[in-house]
Write a protein that binds this ligand. Structure first.
Ligand SMILES: NC(=[NH2+])NCCC[C@H](N)C(=O)O
Ligand SMILES: [Mn+2]
Ligand SMILES: [Mn+2]
Length: 307
């Protein structure tokens, strides 16, 4: 199946201010070295690499009042939101190269702002081992990469929940989470309270990846903008060791490829985040190479021969 895409733009966000490990700041370069731009061009896409955003350094301090580095996290998210929004406004598809997953907040806030202006519906597919739905009251770490989905739903500190002025930035019913297998105690209660649609690994084991993804994509139509937020720790650590917060029991390569191919088949992909890659704990960049391979599937690479 051939598909028309708008030109894509790579936006590097080299920071780990939201994480509990340092090294995700090197993610954008590792993805470039793994050939992300070339792979997309080989799929026939027009690719513009904007280089890296420049934001505050990581001060590497302890959490204060349940948040670590909130000032720096806010500034990075503001920069990301403006960059992502700007690309969509100019008719290009933003691909955010993280950086830690706290930046999913800025990215999706920018996407949601554009969708409101363009009169589009939004569907967020969050591929992750974690739900990232903590607040300062329930977080075990204070690391804000564990909080972006809560902030998108209006739960969190005002500077993060009101990045674009509108809160909640996203309606909880527009979010689907796939691959989840590590949820903190208080976080679980909040997920239920906000009615987040979670396709956890237990459910995927029981019904299979295909049925889970079909359900998660149900109701997409030609007016829907699909945003994919890909936390690389979604993948099983045996194939993707280069992330700060590995959790056993994730999708295999085939399962992950299937998810990407099914997301591609919707024809609705409008924006993407590739997050949490940490080359300092990787093995010869294999996790970045795998991420690039899966992004190729998201843009149409497939082993399917039967009709
Ligand atoms: N984007 C991520 N890798 N998030 C990991 C979050 C881990 C844990 N739930 C926390 O809040 O600290
Ligand atoms: Mn995450
Ligand atoms: Mn994660």
């Amino acid at each position: 199946m051939s598909r028309h895409y708008s030109p894509v733009t790579l936006i590097g966000a080299p920071t780990d201010v939201g994480a509990g490990h340092r090294g995700a700041r090197l993610g954008p370069e590792a993805l470039r070295i793994a050939g992300l731009g070339e792979a997309l061009m080989a799929r026939g896409l027009q690719v513009l690499d904007r280089g890296n955003l420049e934001g505050p350094r990581n001060p590497w301090l302890d959490a204060v009042d349940g948040y670590r580095h909130i000032t720096e996290v806010t500034e990075w998210n503001r920069l990301v939101m403006e960059a992502v929004y700007g690309e969509l406004r100019d008719g290009r598809m933003p691909i955010l190269l993280g950086g830690d997953h706290c930046l999913g907040l800025g990215s999706i806030t920018g996407v949601a702002r554009w969708c409101r202006e363009a009169g589009k519906k939004l569907r967020v597919v969050w591929l992750d081992a974690h739900a990232d739905f903590n607040t300062s009251e329930v977080t075990p770490s204070g690391n804000i990469h564990g909080m972006p989905v809560a902030c998108l739903c209006g739960l969190g500190p005002e500077p993060l929940t009101h990045l674009s002025g509108v809160s909640p930035a996203v309606r909880p019913e527009d979010i689907r989470q796939i691959g989840i297998r590590s949820v903190d105690e208080g976080e679980r209660r909040l997920l239920k309270q906000y009615g987040i649609d979670v396709y956890d690994m237990r459910y995927i084991d029981e019904v299979g990846m295909r049925a889970a993804v079909e359900e998660a994509l149900d109701g997409l139509d030609e007016d829907t903008h699909l945003h994919v937020s890909f936390d690389v720790d979604f993948l099983d650590p045996s194939i993707a060791p280069g992330v700060g917060t590995t959790v056993l029991g994730g999708p295999t390569y085939r399962e992950a490829s299937l998810v990407m191919e099914m997301l591609c088949d919707t024809g609705r992909l409008g924006s993407l985040d590739i997050m949490e890659l940490n080359p300092l704990i990787d093995d010869h960049n294999r996790t970045a190479i795998l991420a690039v391979d899966l992004v190729e599937s998201l843009f149409g690479k497939s082993t399917l021969l039967r009709d």
